[in-house]
Design a protein around this ligand. Structure first.
Ligand code: ADP
Length: 742
C-alpha cells in the first residue's frame, strides 16, 4: 500500500472489507523498530524504515548484515533455541542509541521477528508487583457481570490513566455494547451505546484473539514501512500479526481519528476460547505504555476472563439447580397423575416453569396443550408440521422466528423466540417454549449501517464519520436462549421419554397379564371340556350301545343305522375333544428336553397302530440308525404319531402304499422326515393344513384337522422348523428339524 493511500479513501470494497489483509500490513508503528532475520543464519533480511531515527543505524548499514552487529551472539543463540522449543521468554532489555529497548522476539515461518520496543522509563518492580496484587484482589469480588466489568475498567483507569476506559461486550451478531465505562469528567458518556459489528471486522477479531493487548501510541503517527516489502526468503509479504509494533489498519486509524482519539489500548476478553468482548481505552493525545505495563494489563484481562467464566458457570449452575428442582416436581406429577398432558400442563409447576418464557405448548399424540401466552393452536400446528418436523436436530431454537418463517410476524408478540425439543423418536411430539419479541431502545454510536462511497462504479468502504448518539427502536428478536435453557429442555425431554417408555412397559405388562389370564381360562375351559363334556358324551355312547343291543331284533335297518350313526358321531366327537385338549396342552406345557431315540419311539408308534388290520398292504421302511434327538418326550411322541398316522392314512388307498421314515443331514443339521406315496397335497392345501381344524383331504378320510396344528406348535416350542414337499396324487414328505442346543 502506498503512503498516499493512507489518508485517502481505502481501496477496500464494501464486499471484501472483511478480507482486508491486516495481518500482513507491512509497516511498523512509529515508536519502535521491527527487524526481521533469517532464523538459521541470523542475517538481517528486512527492517522498518524508521531504524535510523530510532536505533541510529541506516538501512544500508544493517540490511544483509548479521544481527550480532546489534545484539550479542550468545543472547541470540539462546533466544532462537528457546523460541524453537516453545519456551516462554522474558524480553531482554538493551541499550542502543542512548535509549533502553525491550527486545520482543517471535518466529514467523523461517523468519525471526524482533520488535525493538521502547522501554519508556523504568517501572519500579515493587510498583509492578503492587499492580498485580491489586488486580488479583480487586477484580471479581463483586457479583454480577456488569459489576465485575465496572470493577475492571476502574482499575485500568487507575493503573494506566487513559482518558476513557470501556468494557465492550459482543452480542451473537458481533455488535458491541459498552457495558462499563470510566472517563474524564469532561467527556461525553458512551455507556450503554451499541456499535455495529462492522466497526470491528472479523479478521480484526481474529487478531485480537491471537494477540491479547495492543496499543496505538499515536493515532496520527507516520507508519514505517518494512523494507524490502517482500520477504527475500519466499518473495511473499511477511505475516507480522504477532508483532507488538505492527502498524494498524488504515481504516481503523481513520475510524479513531474520526472519533478524535489520539492513542488507544485494546485487550481481548476471551471466554471459553471465544472473544467475549474488548477492554478499550482511548486517550485524546498520544500515549505510550511499555511492555511491562501491557503485560499487567494482559494479566488483568486474564483475571477478568477467569472471573467472568466463574460467574457464567455460577449462573449456569444456579439456573440448572432451579430447573432441576422443577423437573423433579414434574416427574413426581407424571408418576402420580394418569395423563401426561394433565401432569405437566395443568398443575403447578407446569413444564413452562422450567425455563424463562411467556408460554409453551405440549404437542403429544396429535393433541396440543397450551400454557400461558402462546400463538393459536392452528399456528402451533403449522409451526410443528411445516417447520419443526423438517429439522434434523431434535433441539431447535431461535430468537427471531420471523427470519425463518415470515408468516410468524403475525404472532411475534407471543413467539418471536422459540425453543423446542422433540419427544422421543416420534417426529410428531414436541415440547415448545415461547418468548415474545423484546422491544428495546438501542442507542447506537452512529448509525449501524455501513457507509460506503461509490467511486468509478465501485463501492468503497469509508470509516464512518458520525458518532452521534442514534437511537433505534429494535423489534423482532426475543431475549436469546442460553445454554442452560437447552440443558433444561434436554433433561425434561429425557424424563418425559422415560415416563412414556415406563407407561408403555406397564401397558404391555397389563396386556401380558390379561393374556395369561385368558390362557388360564382356556386351560380351565379345556378341563371342563374334557370332564364336563365327556361325561354326557360317554352317557350318549354307552346308552346308544345298550340301545343297539336292546333293539337288535326289535327294529328295522333304519333304526339300526340311526343308532350306529349316534355311536359313530359320539366317537368322532370324543376324538375331536381329545385333539382340542392335546392342542391346548401343548401351549400350556413347558418342554422338558431329554435325549430321545427316534427309532424306539417309531417302534412303539408302529406297534400301537393296527398295521396288519388297518394297513395290510402298506410297506413300511424305517432307517435303522436315525440319530437321537434332544426334545420333550411326550411332545415328540405325539408329533411323530401324528405325522406317521397321517402318512399311513393318506397313502392307504394307493396301489402300493409305502411309508418311509428316516433322516438326512442338510447344511450340517439333522433333518428328520416322514414320507409317503399317498394322495399328496396341492399348493393351496399346503397353505392351510397347519391351521387348526383345517382339512383338505375330504370325507374319504376320517380326521379332526388338528394333528398338524399340534405338530407345528410342538416344533415351534422347540424353536425348530416343520415343512413339507408334496405333489397331488404322488405323495408327501414332511420334514422337521430342531436346534441341537435347546
Ligand atoms: P387330519 O386329522 O385331518 O389328518 P391333520 O391336521 O393331521 O388333520 O392334517 C390336516 C390335513 O392335511 C388333512 O386333513 C389332510 O388333508 C392333509 N394331510 C396331512 N397329512 C397328509 C399326508 N401325509 N398326505 C396327504 N394329505 C395330508
Amino acid at each position: 500500500m502506498s503512503e498516499d493511500s493512507l489518508n485517502s479513501l481505502q481501496k477496500t470494497t464494501i464486499t471484501n472489507c472483511e478480507q482486508e489483509p491486516i495481518h500482513i500490513i507491512g509497516k511498523a508503528q512509529a515508536h519502535g523498530v521491527i527487524i526481521i532475520c533469517d532464523v538459521t543464519t541470523l542475517d538481517i533480511l528486512q527492517c522498518s524504515e524508521n531504524v535510523e531515527e530510532i536505533l541510529g543505524f541506516s538501512l544500508e548499514e544493517i540490511l544483509k548484515k548479521n544481527i550480532d552487529m546489534i545484539l550479542p551472539e550468545d543472547l541470540m543463540k539462546t533466544l532462537v533455541r528457546k523460541l524453537k522449543d516453545n519456551i516462554t521468554l522474558l524480553p531482554k532489555t538493551i541499550r542502543l542509541n542512548n535509549k533502553e529497548f525491550f527486545i520482543i522476539p517471535h518466529l514467523s515461518g523461517e523468519s525471526l521477528i524482533l520488535d525493538f520496543d521502547p522501554h519508556g522509563g523504568s517501572l519500579d518492580p515493587l510498583v509492578y508487583q503492587e499492580q498485580l496484587t491489586k488486580i488479583l484482589n480487586e477484580i471479581g469480588d463483586k457479583q454480577t457481570i456488569p459489576e465485575i466489568s465496572q470493577n475492571a475498567v476502574e482499575l485500568v483507569k487507575y493503573l494506566f490513566d487513559y482518558d476513557r476506559v470501556m468494557m465492550y461486550q459482543f452480542d451473537e451478531e458481533w455488535n458491541g455494547k459498552v457495558v462499563a465505562e470510566v472517563k474524564e469528567s469532561h467527556l461525553e458518556s458512551w455507556l450503554g451505546l451499541h456499535y455495529p459489528a462492522s466497526d470491528i471486522p472479523k479478521q480484526a477479531r481474529q487478531i485480537f484473539l491471537k494477540q491479547g493487548v495492543r496499543i496505538i501510541a499515536d493515532v496520527n503517527y507516520k507508519p514505517a514501512a518494512i523494507f524490502p516489502e517482500l520477504s527475500p526468503i519466499n518473495g511473499k509479504p511477511i505475516d507480522i500479526s504477532k508483532s507488538e509494533l505492527r502498524a494498524v489498519s488504515p481504516i481503523h486509524i481513520e475510524y479513531l481519528q474520526n472519533m478524535g482519539v489520539g492513542a488507544s489500548l485494546t485487550a481481548a476478553i476471551v471466554l471459553n476460547g471465544e472473544l467475549w468482548g474488548l477492554l478499550a481505552c482511548h486517550h485524546y493525545s498520544p500515549k505510550f505504555i511499555n511492555y511491562n505495563q501491557r503485560q499487567s494489563c494482559k494479566f488483568l484481562t486474564q483475571v477478568f476472563s477467569n472471573k467472568l467464566a466463574l460467574r457464567t458457570s455460577n449462573v449456569f449452575i444456579e439456573k440448572m439447580a432451579y430447573s432441576e428442582d422443577i423437573r423433579k416436581k414434574l416427574v413426581l406429577q407424571m408418576s402420580s397423575i394418569k395423563h401426561l398432558n394433565d401432569a405437566i400442563c395443568k398443575f403447578e409447576p407446569n413444564f413452562t416453569n422450567i425455563v424463562e418464557c411467556s408460554g409453551g405448548a405440549l404437542v403429544l399424540d396429535g393433541t396440543i396443550c397450551m400454557v400461558g401466552k402462546t400463538p393459536t393452536e392452528e399456528q402451533i400446528k403449522f409451526l410443528v408440521s411445516e417447520f419443526l418436523t423438517k429439522q434434523e436436530e431434535s433441539l431447535f431454537f431461535t430468537k427471531n422466528l420471523m427470519k425463518k418463517i415470515p408468516s410468524a410476524t403475525s404472532f411475534k408478540d407471543k413467539a418471536s423466540g422459540v425453543l423446542s425439543i422433540r419427544i422421543g423418536e416420534n417426529k410428531n411430539d414436541y415440547l415448545l417454549w415461547f418468548r415474545p419479541q423484546a422491544i428495546e431502545s438501542v442507542s447506537w454510536g452512529g448509525k449501524p449501517v455501513k457507509s460506503g462511497v461509490v467511486k468509478d462504479g465501485v463501492e468503497y468502504l469509508s470509516p464512518r464519520r458520525s458518532f452521534e448518539k442514534w437511537t433505534e427502536k429494535k423489534s423482532g428478536a426475543a431475549i436469546p436462549w442460553e445454554e442452560y435453557d437447552f440443558e433444561a429442555a434436554y433433561n425434561l425431554e429425557e424424563s418425559i421419554t422415560n415416563i412414556i417408555v415406563r407407561n408403555q412397559k406397564d401397558h404391555i405388562k397389563a396386556l401380558n397379564d390379561q393374556l395369561l389370564e385368558a390362557n388360564k381360562e382356556l386351560e380351565t375351559f379345556s378341563y371342563s371340556v374334557s370332564h364336563d363334556l365327556r361325561a354326557p358324551l360317554r352317557g350318549i355312547d354307552g346308552y346308544a350301545r345298550i340301545l343297539r343291543d336292546y333293539c337288535k331284533n326289535k327294529t328295522d335297518d333304519y333304526g339300526r343305522n340311526a343308532i350306529n350313526t349316534i355311536i359313530n358321531s359320539a366317537e368322532l366327537m370324543d376324538t375331536l375333544i381329545e385333539d382340542i385338549i392335546s392342542y391346548s396342552k401343548v401351549g400350556q406345557t413347558r418342554i422338558q428336553p431329554v435325549s430321545l431315540s427316534i427309532n424306539t419311539i417309531l417302534d412303539q408308534i408302529l406297534t400301537t397302530h393296527n398295521l396288519s388290520g388297518e394297513y395290510p398292504k402298506t410297506e413300511i421302511i424305517v432307517q435303522e440308525d436315525i440319530p437321537r434327538i434332544v426334545a420333550d418326550r411326550r411332545m415328540f411322541s405325539q408329533l411323530l404319531a401324528n405325522l406317521v398316522g397321517n402318512a399311513l392314512k393318506y397313502s392307504a388307498k394307493t396301489a402300493h402304499p409305502t411309508v418311509e421314515l428316516g433322516f438326512d443331514v442338510k447344511d450340517g443339521r439333522t433333518v428328520y422326515f416322514v414320507k409317503d406315496n399317498g394322495i399328496g397335497i396341492d399348493a393351496a392345501g399346503k397353505e392351510k393344513i397347519f391351521e387348526v381344524f383345517s382339512r383338505v383331504a375330504g370325507d374319504d378320510f376320517a380326521g379332526s384337522g388338528v394333528g398338524l396344528a399340534i405338530a407345528k406348535k410342538i416344533i415351534e416350542k422347540h424353536n425348530g422348523a416343520l415343512w413339507l414337499d408334496s405333489k397331488l396324487n404322488e405323495g408327501s414328505t414332511f420334514y422337521f428339524s430342531i436346534p441341537e442346543d435347546l
